[in-house]
Design a binder for this molecule. Structure first.
Ligand SMILES: [Zn+2]
Length: 248
């Protein structure tokens, strides 16, 4: 599978052709053969929205996991709130992407539980919908081994996509660091497993395939342009100080 939008579409076609019903964490339970499509947003909500649109065109509902502690994006900004609501408008679900390394006071699974509930509530304020799922950003062994059942006050519960269930009952495949550890195409076409749990990062996908270095370099350079555009609202006559052409 190549890292293009067409490549991603082809994966969806192949999943359907080989009998996989595309489900979410909320509705796979009665299916014999199904796949959950998940996306962790580590860097760019813009890229996530593009993939969300492609999935909408293909009649796919998936889950996008969003951080509230990212150094790359601020979910409370107007722009990002609109992007997230755009993802929701395509029918997708939004979950919390939780980075336990953000905190220095998580010593027990219960500490993590409480921080997750707290972040989920913040995210709910932004998106105006209940957050029902969580995925972990680079989880520690303690968190993985704990097989967390996440619950808050009252009936509040979050599905933990890192619970054992989603690794034991499902075959988990991921494109982390822009590399499939296992041959995803063959796993699908040979129907090796009845249930699949596929993590993709929208960050790696483009109209035309870009290698690892180009993808990362482009992201870095586009950051300068974005900062420039934001600064236009903050410093009057910015171009008299630095011209757009002067930045990469
Ligand atoms: Zn992550």
């Amino acid at each position: 599978m190549d890292f293009t939008y067409n490549g991603y579409r082809k994966m969806i076609y192949s999943l359907r052709e080989h009998g996989y019903r595309i489900c979410t964490y909320r509705n796979w339970q009665c299916e014999e053969q199904c796949v959950i499509l998940r996306h962790d947003i580590d860097n760019s909500i813009e890229k996530a929205l593009q993939l969300a649109e492609i999935e909408k065109e293909e009649d796919v509902i998936s889950t996008y996991f969003v951080m509230v502690t990212s150094d790359f994006y601020n979910v409370f900004s107007k722009k990002n709130e609109e992007l997230l609501r755009g993802i929701l408008s395509y029918g997708h679900n939004i979950g919390l992407h939780f980075d336990e390394m953000r905190y220095s006071d998580i010593f027990t699974p219960e500490d993590a539980n409480n921080r997750i509930i707290n972040e989920a509530e913040l995210l709910e304020k932004v998106i105006g919908e209940e957050v029902k799922e969580v995925s972990m950003h680079r989880p520690s062994k303690m968190i993985l081994d704990a097989d967390l059942k996440i619950s808050g006050e009252g009936e509040k519960q979050l599905t933990n996509s890192y619970s054992l269930l989603y690794f034991k009952e499902f075959k988990y495949i991921s494109d982390s660091r822009r590399r499939w550890r296992e041959p995803v195409d063959e796993i699908i076409s040979n129907k090796l497993y009845p249930k699949l749990h596929i993590l993709t990062h929208a960050f790696w996908y483009n109209d035309i395939e870009k290698d690892l270095r180009s993808s990362v370099l482009e992201f870095l350079n586009s950051g300068n342009r974005q900062r420039y555009e934001t600064l236009l609202d903050n410093i009057s006559n910015l171009s008299s100080i630095v011209k757009m052409e002067e930045i990469y």
